[in-house]
Design a protein around this ligand. Sequence first.
Ligand code: PA5
Length: 446
Amino acid sequence: MDTLKVDVKNVLGTVTSEQIQALDPEATQGLEKLHKGTGLGSDFLGWVNLPTDTTDALVADIEECAARMRRDCDVVVAIGIGGSYLGAKAVIEALSDSFAMLRNDDERRCRVLFAGQNIGEDYLHELQDLLRDKKFGIIVISKSGTTTEPAIAFRLLKEQLESQLGKAEASKRIVAITDAKRGALRQLATEEGYKTFVIEDNVGGRFSVLTPVGLLPIAVAGFDIRALLEGARRMQEATTAADDSNPAFLYATTRNALYRAGKKIEILVNYNPKLHFFGEWWKQLYGESEGKDHKGIFPAAVDFSTDLHSMGQWIQDGERTIFETVLSVEASKFTTVIPSDAANLDGLNYIAGKRVDEVNKMAELGTRIAHVDGGVPNMRVIIPALKEEYLGELIYFFEKACGISGYLLDVNPFNQPGVEDYKRNMFALLEKPGYEAETAAIKAKL
Ligand code: PA5
């Protein structure tokens, strides 16, 4: 059966199979902690059984809401940041037409835009300007309901929607995804009568793409969330064994064996521009889960072959502290053959008649051989195609491996205490009520 596979043979010049297998007992314990809820952060394990726990009624409700938004709106703005943004963005980009922004036909045009993932004044101004003559809707996503970036974007777009439609009609075009009971967004949604979906307490932001947080924007963009969940379900089943038949187990032990051998940086590589944001999602998942107690593999991401012309030199020849994990897609969706040219001034006739993807695959193979020869161990995570079901597999695979890997590092993979520090400083600098002492302290440092 076509499914996700992990290939680790190209790390064996740096670590041996025995070194990788030496981590099996610890990884077995890690997996058990995930399954039995006995490890650090066990309050946040709702994602482990999410694919099988998601009810048909919830999926149908999301699909119905998405269909209504697609019918009523030219554009839907998904407002959120971090885990409330990156999963949906990654899946939508992976599945969308590369030029969806400029397409006019209903099937391929871009419907979902994002906001609240930055505090760019020009970004927000230009978005508001674009929406001025559009029928638009809002999906506002915040588990805490208090995050500054999405709160600013929501305040601006809510006011704009209300002034375009009036308060009552605007409320019908706003969907809130937030905590079941707590937080400012829950309170507002109740007061204004917004349609809502719940982010369960036991699912952290970066593990929430398979909840309404990711599923609703993905469905609004026109993609099949049932197939996405089906792929995740398959991977839930495939990642229960405590041995190398479990791809998440193998990936987690291998990357930690490399880390313990001095490879401190992992570069997630794609050879498909549609996977750029998958790298961004993966960076958050691993960075926020593992970077703790002054430990953790640094997650970086590059887009090849584009970045071979910028980062290629460093990866081939820089400090030998890196390994790479290539996200390899077996089959392209379309066929484009390189034509022959009578003049052949560019010298490309030797590849005339080949598919573009054949050339891309040779770039991938040639780069892998060069990097391995240059001292960069290489793992591959292979999926058959960029389709919903395989992206569902990939998401669950990386989540499960992240949990095992966090426990191998002996950190709590499910908290993010370090993220609070910048917020405290920002609030102090903005003189937020309640932060008077912090404001005085920070001003003394300026
Ligand atoms: O993974 C996480 O928990 C974070 O990245 C959050 O998703 C992010 O900070 C947004 O938080 P919230 O959904 O509460 O607005």
